[in-house]
Design a protein around this ligand. Sequence first.
Ligand SMILES: NC(=O)c1ccc[n+]([C@@H]2O[C@H](COP(=O)([O-])OP(=O)(O)OC[C@H]3O[C@@H](n4cnc5c(N)ncnc54)[C@H](OP(=O)(O)O)[C@@H]3O)[C@@H](O)[C@H]2O)c1
Length: 294
Amino acid sequence: MTLNSVLLIGAGNLGSLILKHLQASSHKFTITVLTRESSTAQFPSSVKVAKVPDAYPHAQLVEAFKGHDVVVSAISMMGMHQQYKFIDAAVEAKVKRYIPTEYGLDDLPDWLTELRPMFRTKHDVRDYCFEKEKEGLSWTCIVCNVFFEMGIQSGFFQFDWKTKTAELIDGGEAKWPATTLDTVAIAVVKAVEKDEATKNKLLLIQDFRTSQKEILDALPGKWKVENVKYETWLEEAKEKVRNNDDSALPKLTFGSVVTGAEWKDRKEFGNELLDLPTKSFKEAMEEALRGVQS
Ligand SMILES: NC(=O)c1ccc[n+]([C@@H]2O[C@H](COP(=O)([O-])OP(=O)(O)OC[C@H]3O[C@@H](n4cnc5c(N)ncnc54)[C@H](OP(=O)(O)O)[C@@H]3O)[C@@H](O)[C@H]2O)c1
């Protein structure tokens, strides 16, 4: 199987980088971007654009998907539930490969999905992809844990730029996988290029593992450090979410990351299979900090 013609849905933060790397690939893909009628996204004139109504109606998706070998979804969290429609349309249009908008966590603790069932959507979409294998659709999931530069810039790793306060959870020593957006985008393009090796595979990828402590030591300026216990810190966030305060949702997500993980020994670890070029912590940190200062 060779995948030559790619349709990309959601050329936003990550998707625009996937588009860039698809265009740069030596495989010379034919590329279409699918965008909503209400979208304000702009694309270079060299890119073919298909517009569909915001509700992504089935018939128009099928029409847009026809003739494409692969559909890559990089739709936002807000639109991820639309993927059932994308998958049904992909089957009908005889698309060979579907790449869902994963690009995040692998393991989801029960407390997370119980508090906010929306966190399960990506895993339910995975299951829907598995089901559609019998109808001829193959799939690849790219799972990267946290976006490193977004985590630094947004304070997601519990470093508040406004008050220069760091909340170190249980000492901040636990290490977790982190990936830059550019590396995630390259992984998606390599998954399409290496279509046989990546068929029906979930691939865990990363640039490196890092910890709150390592990040704190690399941050410029003087930071006030507050040491917190994981259970207490998480319980506060859970309580807010129980009271419908969604501002605590990122804490819940980080709460499922900060306890640490090692992916290298897992059979799904995909860096080698994809021959993925990676960035060092130092390189990624320098790039992330440029985003904070600008
Ligand atoms: N691991 C991490 O730390 C991390 C962090 C952030 C995001 N992510 C994941 O990465 C994926 C892509 O996220 P992103 O930040 O790149 O997405 P984004 O830029 O917010 O949105 C991507 C595109 O989705 C389309 N879209 C469709 N319905 C939408 C809706 N209701 N609201 C907003 N956009 C909608 C838009 O494309 P058109 O306007 O062209 O239709 C938009 O440009 C998601 O799966 C997300 O969960 C992971």
